[in-house]
Design a binder for this molecule. Sequence first.
Ligand code: GRF
Length: 199
Amino acid sequence: MSGPKKVAILISGGGSNMVSLVESMTGDHPARPCLVMSNDAQAGGLKKAAAAGIATAVVDHRPFKGDREDFEAELCKPILEAGADIVCLAGFMRVLTAGFVSRFEGRMLNIHPSLLPKYKGLHTHARALEAGDAEHGCTVHEVTPLLDDGPILGQARVPVLGDDTPDTLAARVLVQEHKLYPAVLRRFAAGDRTRIDLS
Ligand code: GRF
């Protein structure tokens, strides 16, 4: 009987999604966090992970000056050393090459702050407001070589309000991210890819 699945979480900033994932992996949850890693040594989430007793690592992308393959060769090492079964990208802001993705395809998830396939890439909240959308939200998907494009495992929807700014809309979406990602991870770690929809 194999033990719980080991989850490595990659962040670039405050790591609020990482915190939600870590806090959800308790009791009879089929997974446990094994690593929190960032491309930025200043990422606030690293302190939160360390405070929770989770191993952390930093692989700064800047010394690699755009040589993505060399950066990713270093980025792989802590994940492999930690024996991660699943990789969760959570506010990780570096684009990953097909080479890196292929090493973890089928066991790497990402949360994106839009209702994919709408608004792949950046500034999703501003773009939804610009388009006059009545609703917006977030998506958890399997990571494949194409950016923000893999099979959708879950979505959460929020209304767009008349006086919304990108920041107020982002804050409303973030609340749902913190519910959706843990729900999807729990199911995914149990081997269940049935889609979850929250609204
Ligand atoms: C969130 O908006 C999330 O959708 C995106 O990164 C942002 C910051 O997330 N992936 P976090 O607070 O660092 O988890």
